[in-house]
Design a binder for this molecule. Sequence first.
Ligand code: SPV
Ligand code: MN
Length: 623
Amino acid sequence: MDARYTNVLRDKMDEASLACLEALQDERVHAFVADAVRLCRPDSVKVCSDSAEDRAYVRRRAIETGEETPLAIDGHTVHFDGFHDQARDKAATKYLLPEGVGLGAELNSTEREAGLKEVRSFLDGAMDGKQMYVRFFCLGPADSRFSISCVQCTDSAYVAHSEDLLYRPGYEHLKGLGPDGEFFRFLHSAGRLDEQNTSADIDKRRIYIDILENMVYSVNTQYGGNTIGLKKLALRLAIRKADREGWLAEHMFLMGVRGPGKRITYFTGAFPSMCGKTSTAMLPGELIVGDDIAYLRAVDGEMRAVNVESGIFGIIENVNAHDDPVIHDCLTRRGEIIFSNILVSGDRPYWLGMGAKIPGAGTNYSGEWHEGVTDSGGNEITPSHHNARYTVALGALGNCDPRLDDPDGVPVAGIMYGGRDSDTSVPVKEAFDWAHGVITMGAAIESETTAATLGSAGERKFNMMSNQDFLAIPFGKYIQNHLDFAGKVERPPLIFATNYWLKGADGQWLNGKLDKHVWLKWMERRVHGQTDAIEGPTGLLPKYEDLKALFREILGKDYSRHDYLEQFSIRVRKNLDKLDRLRDHFGAMADLPPLVAETLAAQRRRLEALQAAKGDLVSPLDL
Ligand code: SPV
Ligand code: MN
């Protein structure tokens, strides 16, 4: 290692760590770690390889530092983020824009030099009194065309531990990268801690993405979505890499759906956070590959996908034995799990919607909590936060697909797009073709906001491919990349739109939580040409008889014609209203592919013709 780096590092780390770093023989990595040390000034540095000892060390440190506390069940711990640090901070997340580079007005950005100066000033000495952990991970399976090497420096053992559960080891992988291989870098500090061990300087929370250097800075925050570099921070860098190289980096689950015989058909699905992504991927009897981020590439004329991650950072609210039996079972057994921002009482975790009585007092993200306690604005503090989560490796789940680490990925036959839509779209429909699906289903996702990001919940917002929070290229280019994908494969996957959140006139949900299993099986049959559909103005709809048979087979339930008509009637007026909103939304964007306007205009003509002929609400039987 060059003396410029050893001089900085020798005082901070033992021989083993120094040797571990040196053995990588990558000057870029040495320079990154030395810069992080010089800037953040930790008391000591631990460089971790992929070894079981180093992983155990990080796990132990998370407890020693008080970032995690053991719970009653062996392997379970709890971590709390600060009261105002419970979700992704969109406002403080910015791209650092080099001179002459434009990403479009939609993206939150700041001038690069000024941004670097600001975030580096917040990181200056931020690790004083703390240890820095250097970790190596691989996004996607190792040694595959999908793999991306990553280096994380953090002063949070919780972040480093979470990454062990969520990502594949990458130390050995990085050794094979070569001097020109691309890798991502993440530097995080929780910053100054308060007496509760949570980030004190929340007003100085920053997540700055340096697209020139493939690097993300994160400071004065602990919440996973802001700090776990390999998750949403890496997704932003990956979207840019995918754009350069002609593939797609998506906010998508990936799962195998069982069909007749021994058939397994792979689907990806993009829903905004808290809209049912994990619970779909986790449906009992099916195979989960991933629940959050997928890379999609054209390989030998086929769309193939991998899970970028190897674990789940999932929402715990409403996980109970009835609705989510697979994950509920996992969360109540021994095994390595980090619970975050739940309620702890008697060393046991409790959360809203768990299907058991929640104690009236305990410890939660607000400190000592009891029923009825309010925040400074007079709002009741819930026992667990709505965005409380669990972190677990996929291998701990009984339904994990054995192809999780297949370096060639799995072939994708269907894509689902959906959002929280209480009054417009039917529960499931199929696009007429690829472009119709990309534009009217993916790019047009509109969803009511949730607790997964800071800010008010329940507001209707567009969220393109559910990836909009993470887009790092102009929106028009992103849509064009999707449209172009069809030309790279022999048969593009079928595209579907799902809506689990439709309500009736009385304001009640029209579907049970498990109904999505039926929609999934219908889509699987459609992919194989085994069921007919009804042509509607916004897509192809299931027939009553087919759903009735599937409800019986999958859920053992009678599905009434009345329910079908209520759920699958076309709300023509509402669909036209959405097209109006879309016109405003897209109208504000530069450089949209012309096909967007053409496709939406055709959809409008079909809806208007139907309205003229049959009115504002049209039964699927009248189409
Ligand atoms: C999401 O909010 O989409 C998540 C969790 O998957 S986070 O890590 O916050 O992005
Ligand atoms: Mn997500």
